[in-house]
Design a protein around this ligand. Structure first.
Ligand SMILES: O=P(O)(O)OC[C@H]1O[C@H](O)[C@H](O)[C@@H](O)[C@@H]1O
Length: 252
């Protein structure tokens, strides 16, 4: 079947790229020095209907099973528009802005008007600071089926064992909660678009406003963002970092 989805590429020109599939504005690839940082299942479906299994989806307006509409809301299965094509900023960062608004289908599920604005910045910076990954907190290890919503978590998380044992830093702003999910072998069978051998190679860590809802009065806005920071150990002396900054703004 022909691909029912289209993508937008943010390219810094030195093998550092970020690919956004407009189906759900899902970040389906983030490559730092040609090394992929994100997990996308080999069984992921790109039919423009199913949510994409992996990458970075946008979950809105509901997290989890929803009696009114699709699991995790409709934003991840909606076709998003491009508000600003990828543009190189004076700093060298590449920025693009995506949006999604209510339509007849979303209003049939959730009778509100809204506009989501999603700003992505692909950033790369050099630093001599080799100690940014100091972990002073209790480590959460995953060795079995895990599906937890942690409330009021620290602003920063370090995910270890990402891409050949490296680390990824997540910094979140205005997202009080963190969800950690891995179906492990037992539950992988229930996830048809995830290969049964893939669970040891993925971990789903979601920054969110999950345990308590955000109530927006008409005309008001809610803003939140997260920064993902990965490292490239092949560059000596300097520590090379590629960031995806996600500014997520919702208003109605
Ligand atoms: O299968 P999906 O609708 O994409 O959901 C995949 C997973 O997402 C989250 O991490 C939830 O905490 C899990 O309960 C859920 O199973």
């Amino acid at each position: 079947m022909a691909a029912a989805t289209s993508v937008v590429l943010l390219d810094r020109g030195n093998n550092t790229t970020c690919t956004i599939n407009l189906h759900g504005a899902t970040v389906v690839s983030w490559r730092v020095n040609n090394q992929e940082q994100l997990f996308v299942s080999k069984a992921a479906i790109f039919d423009g209907k199913a949510p994409i299994r992996g990458g970075i989806p946008v979950v809105f307006p509901h997290f989890g099973p929803w009696s009114y509409g699709p699991n995790h809301g409709f934003a991840r299965v909606t076709q998003w528009g491009v508000e600003k094509r990828p543009e190189r900023l004076p700093s060298g960062d590449v920025e693009a802005i995506f949006f999604c608004t209510d339509n007849e289908w979303t209003r049939s599920i959730w009778h509100y008007q809204f506009r989501l604005t999603y700003r992505l910045i692909l950033r790369e910076k050099r630093t001599r600071d080799m100690v940014i990954y100091q972990e002073g907190r209790e480590a959460v290890t995953i060795g079995e089926w895990t599906d937890r919503i942690y409330q009021n978590t620290p602003q920063e998380h370090i995910i270890t064992n990402v891409v050949s044992g490296r680390k990824m830093r997540v910094q979140k702003y205005n997202f009080p909660d963190t969800v950690v999910w891995n179906p492990w072998l037992d539950h992988s069978k229930d996830v048809p678009d995830l290969g049964e051998d893939e669970y040891p190679n993925m971990i789903c860590v979601e920054s969110g406003h999950v345990s308590s809802p955000v109530v927006l009065l008409p005309g008001t806005a809610f803003e939140a963002s997260q920064i993902l920071q990965g490292s490239d150990p092949y560059v000596f002396t300097y520590f090379f970092l590629g960031n995806v900054l996600m500014f997520f703004k919702c208003s109605y």
